[in-house]
Design a protein around this ligand. Structure first.
Ligand code: ATP
Ligand code: MG
Length: 419
C-alpha cells in the first residue's frame, strides 16, 4: 500500500456534514453585509511578503513567528500566504485607485494562514470575514462597524458576546506612551520574558499584547495609553461611545486592548466570549488611518475588523444553533431500459420545477435501491419500472410517513410533495 498522505497540521478539511453550517453562515453574512451597503472584494491568497511586513509591522507575532513565507524558485520572488486580509485589501484599493470614486465599504471572506500552535479555535489555516470602510474619518463609521456586528450576532443566534473598546490615540500620544512604557518596563526587566525583553526598545506596545500569564501582573501596572491621549482622539473616542450608547449597544472600555498589529490608531475593539475557553476573541478591529499611505497610497483614513469564522461557528453551536442540513426532496429508483430513459427525463423535469432530486446511479434491485433512497434522507421515492415508463407515469412513495403510494403523472408529483 502507498504511504498515506495526510492534511497539514492545523489545516482542516471541512467535511460535508459540517459544510452546510458554513453555507448558512456565509449566506447570512452576505445578506447582512448587503443590508449595510458593503461590497465584496476578492484578492489573491499569496502576496509579496513585504506587504505584510510593512503593514502589520516587523516586530509583531505575526511577522516574527507566524507568517508562511517562501521563495518562488521560478523567479526568486519573496512571497507569503496572507496572515490577514486588511493589507491585501488596502493594496488592491491603492492599485486600482478605488478611492478615486469616494469612500468605499468593502468586505472579503476566505482562508488566512498563521503558523501558530494548533488547538481548539486556533488553526494554521483559518477563515475570516473582513469588513473595511476606507476613506471615512469617523467616528460615525467606527460606531457603525460595531453596531452592525451586534445585528449579525442576532442573525446568527449568538448571545453573550461582550464588546470591549479602547483608543490608541494619534502618533504623538503613542510616542509619549511609548516613552512611558519603556521607562516603566526598564524598571521591571527581571520580570520580562524573552519576547518582551527583545521588544522593549523597538516595540514596547507589543509587550501589552503578550499572552504569557506570568507577564499579566506587570502588564496590569503599566501606564495606560488612555491617560496620554491627545485632545482630538479623546473627542473622537467620546463620540464613538456616545453613538454606541444612543443605539443601545453596550460596551466596556478595556484600556489594555492594544491589538496585535502595528497599523492601528484611535478606535480599537474586540468582541469576546467566555464560552470558548482561551480563544475568547471572535471579532476584532479598529481604525488604521496611516496604513494606506504606509503601503504607498495617497493618505486616507480607514477602519475595519475581521472575525474568525471557526470561532463563530463553534459559538453558534455553544448557543444551541443547530443548522439542519437540507434533505433531497426525491430519490428516483428505476429498473429497466425504458425506465432508465424515463428516469433521466423525470429527474430534469422535477429539477426544472425547483425540486432537489437524486437519480439512482448504478444498478441494483428495487429493494437495494429503496434502501439507498431511505438512507439519502429524501422525503419521497419516485419508483419507475418499465410499465410505469411506458404509461409515462411514476409511483410516488413517502419515505417519512405511512401513506399509500400513488401512481401519478409527473406533472402532479410537484403538487403532491409540496402539499
Ligand atoms: P488572538 O488574540 O486569538 O490570537 P488575534 O488578535 O491574533 O487573535 P486578529 O488578527 O485580530 O486575531 O484576527 C481576527 C479574528 O480572527 C480573531 O478575533 C479570531 O477570531 C480569528 N483568528 C485569529 N487567529 C486565528 C487562528 N489562528 N485560528 C482561528 N481563528 C483565528
Ligand atoms: Mg493571534
Amino acid at each position: 500500500m502507498a504511504k498515506i498522505i495526510k492534511a497539514i497540521r492545523g489545516m482542516n478539511d471541512i467535511l460535508p456534514d459540517a459544510a452546510h453550517q458554513w453555507h448558512f453562515f456565509e449566506q447570512t453574512v452576505q445578506d447582512w453585509l448587503a443590508m449595510y451597503g458593503y461590497r465584496n472584494i476578492r484578492t489573491p491568497i499569496v502576496e509579496q511578503s513585504d506587504l505584510f511586513v510593512r503593514s502589520i509591522g516587523e516586530v509583531t507575532d505575526i511577522v516574527e513567528k507566524e507568517m508562511y513565507c517562501f521563495v518562488d524558485h521560478l523567479n526568486n520572488d519573496s512571497l507569503a500566504l496572507r496572515p490577514e486580509g486588511t493589507a491585501s485589501c488596502v493594496r488592491a484599493v491603492i492599485e486600482h485607485n478605488l478611492l478615486y470614486g469616494g469612500p468605499q465599504r468593502l468586505y472579503y471572506c476566505g482562508p488566512m494562514f498563521r503558523h501558530e500552535r494548533p488547538q481548539k479555535g486556533r488553526y494554521r489555516q483559518f477563515h475570516q470575514v473582513g469588513v473595511e470602510a476606507l476613506g471615512f474619518s469617523g467616528p460615525d463609521i467606527d460606531a457603525e462597524l460595531m453596531i452592525m456586528c451586534a445585528r449579525l450576532w442576532q442573525m446568527l443566534g449568538i448571545t453573550g458576546l461582550r464588546l470591549e473598546i479602547s483608543t490608541l490615540g494619534n502618533a504623538d500620544s503613542r510616542a509619549l506612551h511609548r516613552a512611558r512604557l519603556i521607562n516603566y518596563f526598564e524598571k521591571h526587566t527581571g520580570a520580562l520574558d524573552e519576547d518582551a525583553s527583545r521588544r522593549l526598545h523597538v516595540n514596547p506596545l507589543r509587550i501589552l499584547d503578550s499572552k504569557n500569564p506570568q507577564m499579566q501582573s506587570i502588564i496590569e501596572g503599566a501606564p495606560k495609553l488612555v491617560d496620554d491621549l491627545d485632545e482630538e482622539s479623546r473627542l473622537h473616542f467620546e463620540s464613538v461611545q456616545q453613538i454606541l450608547r444612543a443605539r443601545g449597544v453596550s460596551f466596556e472600555i478595556n484600556p489594555r486592548l492594544v491589538r496585535g498589529l502595528d497599523y492601528y490608531n484611535r478606535t480599537v475593539f474586540e468582541w469576546v466570549t467566555d464560552k470558548l475557553g482561551a480563544q475568547s476573541a471572535v471579532c476584532a478591529g479598529g481604525r488604521y488611518d496611516g496604513l494606506i499611505e504606509q503601503v504607498g497610497g495617497k493618505p486616507a483614513p480607514a477602519c475595519g475588523f475581521a472575525m474568525g469564522v471557526e470561532r463563530l461557528l463553534a459559538l453558534m453551536q455553544e448557543c444551541g444553533q443547530a443548522i439542519t442540513q437540507p434533505v433531497p426532496d426525491i430519490y428516483i429508483v428505476h429498473q429497466g431500459v425504458h425506465a432508465a430513459e424515463y428516469a433521466w427525463k423525470a429527474a430534469e423535469y422535477l429539477r426544472d420545477a425547483d425540486c432537489r432530486v437524486i437519480l439512482h446511479c448504478g444498478s441494483g434491485s428495487f429493494k437495494a435501491q429503496m434502501k439507498k433512497a431511505d438512507a439519502s434522507g429524501a422525503r419521497y421515492a419516485l419508483i419507475i419500472g418499465d410499465d410505469e415508463a411506458l404509461a409515462q407515469q411514476v409511483t410516488l412513495k413517502s419515505l417519512r410517513e405511512f401513506t399509500d403510494q400513488a401512481r401519478v403523472d409527473l406533472s402532479t408529483v410537484c403538487e403532491l410533495i409540496q402539499a
